[in-house]
Design a protein around this ligand. Sequence first.
Ligand code: XMP
Length: 511
Amino acid sequence: MQHNNVLILDFGSQYTQLIARRVRELNIYCEIHPFNNPPKSLDQYNAVILSGSPFSVRGEDAPHPDLSEIRGKKPLLAVCYGAQYLAHFSGGLVAPSNTREYGRANLDFIKNDEAFLEHISEGSQVWMSHSDTIKELPTGGVLLASTKDVQNAAYRIEGEQTYAIQFHPEVYHSIDGKQLLENFLVSIAGLQQDWTPDSFVEETVEDLKSQLGNDKVVLGLSGGVDSSVAAMLLHRAIGENLYCIFVNNGLLRKDEFSQVLEQYKGMGLNVKGVDASARFLDALADESDPETKRKAIGRVFIEVFDDEAHQIQDVKWLAQGTIYPDVIESVSATGGPSATIKSHHNVGGLPDYMKLKIVEPLKTLFKDEVRRVGASMDMDKALLGRHPFPGPGLAIRILGDVTAEKVRILQEVDAIFINGLKEWNLYDSVWQAGAMLLPVNSVGVMGDERTYEKCVALRAVESTDGMTADWVNLPYEFLQKTSNEIINRVKGVNRVVYDISSKPPATIEWE
Ligand code: XMP
């Protein structure tokens, strides 16, 4: 089945990914491409959205792509910078605004009988973020909406399916933003809302079947959501020809290796658990620099994975749980396209001589979509709701050098904290949580004796993507109980602190 596809041309706005998420929430598929590296052909796209941008259209370095293949030929929605760009190059006038137009505003004029504005009433709150303003509409421009400070807040071009809005429909503060996107995509562009998790599963499984045939595929499971959902899709497509490898690097959470391995087997996956804890700990001996620790773990992972993969006869493919944010190329504020491609942390790339082809079934999905796809395959809720956990595991939560004893202490502390969050029904409202073992001993008293033992820091954050984060205001009673339990039960720890730093400037991990 062929789904409609919306092209989002990215001019470098911090909100571009949000446009894509809102479009997909309407069950319409879309793709983000940088304005200076657009798709070769527009044939497969049914509508186009121009994003915002940190630039001014009047600036010399500003994005000025040729829209002649789009305007009047495809339904077009221009947002913020896009709206100004359209005006600037089509006979309108864009100039610096007298007041900085940032934050909430209300639509106090709305033109009647416009499909674009259906179900949107006067007073509707919108979010503005711009310093230029459209003083005069372009040739053929028809005014659709205004706010108190922004006369030309929305317009269309007569005789075309071209619409433009100065505000950002993609941010939640624009209360009717999603309605507006729906009006444009469904009522005006006539797109079908049929891109759903169920359809994604069905079509991806069919595609994988024809792509992979009888070939064997190897995949590294990490216990996390992405690799697990990727494995289930592949399992549906090729069954026993999917060979999963789950490596215990000795830096996982307490009992995680055995529990998750059992869970994978219960899901019918052909999975081999490899306990390589000792190899990882050896490689980490006396290393205290965070990046050196990461590199050592990455290196040993590849060696272990490579050894295992070699034992599978005739394997042709390496599957990875790469997701969309890992592959989107965005445009940086300084003009050049900045590829934000991260190396996948759990399978840090395999040696060339393995000559495996790569298959990445989730590479068009955002994280929340991966979860929905997992749910549509009836995967376990607890597995799909797991907090993110770094590839190098507890090694980057043990500040300084890593030893088996430190891992044991931190596993105990972490288990008390995480189990407590679950018991108190706090786990699902926290984006990520964990404990850090600090390279600090401090004095305490236990009974009549003085102690000189370790200090641990607990960290729990709220976030949507890990790029920014805020500490969670956990109930005092919970912190009190957790601290008591840690100090009473974990030998070697006599002090617990709670991290109340936001990111930025503090990162989520301490190393
Ligand atoms: P920071 O500490 O940079 O973390 O605020 C942001 C997110 O990334 C995770 N993280 C890592 N994940 N390998 C990983 O696989 C790493 O080396 C690594 N460092 C940080 C961190 O847990 C958080 O979710």
